[in-house]
Design a protein around this ligand. Structure first.
Ligand SMILES: [Fe+2]
Ligand SMILES: [Fe+2]
Length: 341
């Protein structure tokens, strides 16, 4: 019986028309999707109702502060817009099958997060079933869309760039909240030897660890999509990264029913400040995309505008300071280039 292996991308040299670039992106994104899906289903799968330490949440629940509870509830609200995020994304990437499939798998994972936060609030004894139902009904009264909340980012590329930053920010927030919960439980930041041995952190901290792990995987997946675009559409991609970094806001915060309480809790706890965003979200994103700092990205945006049309990724390298290095070793003239099949 034949065994099927992953197809490998065919490297074809120019001419690099827009269509050829789009096709190369689609081919590489498809491989990224297969790899992502395989890992997500085989090694990162979990079930909110079965795999979280619910009994411990009940035991440790009274230790949680009011601000922590408020923040968990707001994250329940943000995650509960998952239907809108998926709907919006599917419309935006319409016609791109590989992107559609990625968004579907991503959405299936995101849908578990609101359920996890509901379980945390319920089993910690800080919210009743009725309160949670009423809160989630209020959340559902609003509708989120990228175009309305983050105008200009509602394109297939903008979506990937925004998600890359947002997932990193969400990971940061959940990891900070996990540490805050642990401090309130009377535990150190990181897992104790006993927790490591059993493979799960205690109570609500265990839930935050699992969900944060999903978020950083999402960040990695969108980063890869952005990297693929950067290779074939350097100017458009880098310009979008710069725009998203400049205008970034977490999704749906401003349509939450408990917006005022959440803002006050954020202010008091200093969980997520502009300084922390720069240090723990924007800078790691820039670093992962191969830039020393924002200045380097700005330089790269300016320089990428000047790249000769038709120059393929095989001729271009970008330095960490944002300078483009163009190699003309390979003949790029149309007469000698192999057309993209
Ligand atoms: Fe999430
Ligand atoms: Fe996520």
């Amino acid at each position: 019986m034949a065994t099927f292996q992953n197809p490998t991308p065919t490297i074809v040299s120019g001419p690099w028309t827009r269509e050829a670039r789009e096709r190369a992106v689609a081919q590489e994104v498809k491989l990224a999707y297969i790899e992502y899906f395989r890992k997500a289903v085989k090694s990162r799968n979990w079930i909110p109702w079965d795999d979280l330490p619910l009994k411990e949440m009940t035991e440790y629940g009274p230790k949680l502060s009011e601000d922590t509870v408020t923040l968990i509830q707001s994250f329940l609200g943000v995650e509960d817009y998952v239907g809108d995020y998926v709907l919006d994304a599917l419309n935006t990437v319409h016609g791109r099958r590989e992107r559609r499939n990625l968004q579907l798998q991503w959405g299936a994972e995101e849908a578990k997060h609101a359920e996890a936060w509901e379980l945390v609030l319920l089993h910690s004894g800080v919210r009743t079933e009725e309160q949670l139902e009423a809160y989630r009904d209020q959340v559902a009264e609003h509708h989120w869309s990228m175009g309305e909340n983050h105008p200009g980012f509602d394109t297939p590329l903008g979506l990937a760039v925004y998600a890359m930053v947002q997932e990193r920010a969400t990971y940061f927030n959940y990891d900070e909240l996990r540490k805050r919960i642990r401090a309130e439980y009377g535990l150190p930041d990181q897992a104790t030897a006993e927790e490591r041995q059993r493979g799960q952190q205690i109570g609500a901290a265990g839930a935050f660890k699992i969900v944060a792990n999903d978020e950083i995987a999402h960040h990695g997946m969108f980063l890869r999509i952005v990297d693929i675009h950067k290779k074939y559409f350097p100017y458009e991609t880098l310009d979008m990264v710069l725009r998203v970094l400049k205008g970034f806001n977490m999704p749906a915060l401003y349509i939450l029913p408990d917006e005022e309480n959440m803002k006050a809790a954020l202010e008091r706890t200093q969980l997520y400040t502009p300084l922390k965003h720069g240090r723990s979200v924007a800078n790691p994103v820039l670093d992962a995309l191969g830039f020393d700092n924002k200045r380097a990205l700005e330089r790269a945006v300016q320089q990428s505008k000047l790249l000769p049309i038709g120059l393929g990724p095989e001729h271009v390298a970008i330095s960490r300071s944002g300078e483009f290095v163009v190699s003309m070793d390979t003949d790029t003239s149309e007469a000698n280039a192999t057309p993209v099949a």
